[in-house]
Design a protein around this ligand. Structure first.
Ligand code: UTP
Length: 617
């Protein structure tokens, strides 16, 4: 035998010792680590060798996995849990000793000259970037039976979130390919999945040929869950239905730093000359309308960290970005959860807490958790932290003595907490974009969304889809198109603005300059209309639509709409009840379906130039 039982008196004694001969030396080391970390209770009532031996070995497989996936291993996890649980019991504010102030950042207004300059810089910089999509969340609030990435962003084209993200990255890549010059290296996309989303994400990509990305352009990295804790002493919890299984729960999207660090991709990207890593979430169809400008801000201001933000009303339930200065002089610019920001301000000389200023918004912008990091300093920092990130614990106590929990808890971490360990010299900034342009996540089921007080965003499938149409309409309006609307209508109990259903593929209108260049002259779209533009080289001089028009041009077709009038019965939005199970889930969660009563489709599949002049249809 290659293990030493000489110190077995320190072990779990009567239950574990007889089973040691079943275990490999590695498993014995893990057993020793667990006992030393105060986890001997895990072996209580382990039967004699010969009984449930396979379960015992499976138990150690799980322990090995939990140990290797946490920076510092399970012993460090237990130690961190004890400290955080003690702080939580003592009611310690994680930011005590810090004074908040309003940080410096860039505020952009869509369409202004500065916005377009940043967009131009950002598109150029995209060829030196890598994208990381965190998509391991359960999506409990939405309650959709599939993965959120498979949901349509809007139902006019049915484009899923994943397809839309990939199309946007490919459009950024394409924008950097010279007409004659060499093509740029494919822009990488990492998708962080979890046990809850991994297989379905693979399936979605496979079924759709990666939506046009090359097979090695996309890498899936799976985050692992962490062990649950049953008391303030950091005791690991066993699964209530299985004594040989440690109960686990998700650790949060902060895992992305650890999985990226361990993957080796960061150094590979650096060797390829990449400079930026962009992190984004699973259901924000507007995000890529803000990405070029925000990436331009990172590049032109040389920021180590750039958080995308939107204006936020004081006390609105979204984290605020604040500069925190410690008594010892150190500083950080960081997301402070809204329920921590207000008390922190009150306790540091601002008796009114978080209040709106003359702009009508809080001076602390709202973090939308889309982040851009400079790759070189990111690698430097992760080599110090080994990918670990500041954690927190949120136990639900049984009573005010805070000695026991209603159910087991676990440590959690958030990707936006990355700057907390950065040196004060790091350049941490933010870019505020208008909400209508860049932020419309789909997080809530219809039942919860309809209870959101009027004036607050419901963040539902209904509001997410309407936000796509609104953003496209507002952008076209700024480009000079006459757009009728909106109309206010109610779907799934939510009052929403319904604009004409205008959708374009990212390669048609990646930036505002693109849109302005491609749409000129006299264009009018009525409120009841649908307009889909798919094709890089479609320019429009004079177009009137009252009904539905679908324009599609394949690569190589250069289409110029010189003068076109379209009138037909169009597509109608028909209310559906979200509880009506006869309707497809993806449709009923938005509360309406599109009925096609009339449409015109123009499909250009031949290479070369094509003009549409003086046509009425
Ligand atoms: P959300 O806050 O939307 O959480 O996550 P969620 O878990 O998906 O949904 P709920 O709270 O259960 O309703 C923000 C982003 O972080 C990802 C999600 O997939 C989403 O893109 N996420 C969340 C992870 O990748 N891993 C996690 O452990 C948690």
């Amino acid at each position: 035998m290659d293990f030493d039982l000489s110190d077995s008196e320190d072990w779990a004694g009567q239950y574990l010792d007889p089973n040691l001969p079943l275990l490999s030396s590695t498993q014995i080391k893990l057993a020793r680590m667990l006992v030393q970390a105060g986890q001997a209770h895990l072996f209580t009532n382990w039967p004699k060798p010969g009984v449930r031996d396979a379960d015992k070995l499976r138990f150690f497989d799980q322990v090995a996995k939990l140990d290797s996936s946490y920076p510092g291993g399970l012993a460090a996890y237990v130690q961190n849990a004890r400290k955080l649980l003690a702080d939580s019991k003592a009611g310690k504010n994680p930011f005590s000793g810090y004074v908040p102030s309003v940080p410096d950042g860039v505020k952009l207004v869509h369409g202004e000259e500065t916005f377009m300059q940043y967009e131009e810089a950002g598109v150029r910089e995209a060829q030196h970037s890598a994208f990381v999509l965190v998509a391991g969340g359960l999506g409990e609030r939405l309650g959709y039976s599939g993965i959120k990435l498979a949901l349509p962003t809007e139902t006019t084209t049915g484009t899923s979130f994943l397809q839309h993200y990939i199309n946007s990255i490919l459009a950024l890549q394409d924008a950097n390919n010279g007409d004659q010059g060499e093509d740029v290296k494919p822009i990488p996309l990492v998708i962080m999945t979890s046990d809850d989303t991994h297989e379905k994400t693979i399936e979605l990509l496979k079924k759709n040929n990666n939506f046009g990305m090359l097979p090695d352009q996309i890498v899936l990295l799976k985050q692992e869950k962490v062990a649950c804790i049953s008391d303030n002493n950091g005791s690991l919890a066993l699964d209530p239905s299985n004594n040989f299984l440690i109960q686990t729960k998700p650790h949060g999207h902060g895992d992305v730093h650890n999985v990226l660090y361990k993957s080796g991709l960061l150094t590979r990207w650096q060797q390829e000359g990449r400079k930026w890593v962009l992190f984004f979430q699973d259901t924000n169809a507007l995000l890529f309308k803000g990405v070029p400008a925000a990436l331009g801000v990172s590049a032109l201001k040389d920021l180590d960290v750039n958080s995308l933000a939107v204006n936020r009303k004081a006390k609105e339930a979204i984290g605020g970005i604040a500069r925190l200065t410690h008594e010892n002089g150190s500083q950080m610019v960081i997301n402070v959860e809204y329920n921590q920001l207000d008390p922190l301000l009150r306790s540091t000389g601002h008796p009114e807490g978080d209040v709106n200023v003359e702009t009508g918004f809080s001076p602390f912008p709202g973090n939308i958790n889309q982040l851009i990091f400079k790759l070189s300093s990111y690698i430097e920092e992760l080599s110090k932290t080994l990918g670990a990130i500041v954690e927190f614990v949120n136990p639900k106590y049984k009573d005010s003595s805070k000695t026991s929990f209603k159910s087991s808890t676990r440590l959690e971490c958030m990707m936006q907490d990355y700057p907390r360990t950065l040196p004060t010299s790091a350049k941490v900034g933010f870019t505020v974009l208008e909400t209508w342009l860049a932020y419309a996540p789909v997080k809530n089921n219809p039942e919860d969304a309809r209870k959101v007080p009027q004036g607050n965003p419901p963040h539902s499938a209904t509001s997410g889809e309407m936000a796509v149409y609104r953003a496209n309409c507002l952008i076209l309006k700024k480009a000079g198109v006459h757009i009728e609307g909106p109309k206010v209508e109610t779907y799934n109990g939510q009052e929403v603005e319904v604009w004409p259903r205008i959708v374009w593929s990212p390669k048609w209108g990646l930036t505002f300059s693109d849109v302005k260049r491609k749409v000129k002259g006299n264009c009018e779209i009525s409120q009841r209309s649908t307009l889909v533009i798919d094709g890089k080289d479609v320019s429009i001089d004079d177009l009137v639509v009252d009904g539905s028009l679908l324009l599609r041009a394949l690569v190589g077709s250069k289409v110029n709409i010189q003068s076109l009038r379209v009138s037909n019965d169009g597509w109608k939005m028909i209310p559906v009840d979200w509880t009506d199970n006869s309707v497809q889930e993806e449709i009923r969660i938005r509360g309406f379906k599109l009925e096609r009563h009339g449409q015109q489709s123009l499909f250009f599949d031949q290479p070369g130039k094509c003009h549409i002049n003086n046509v009425s249809m």
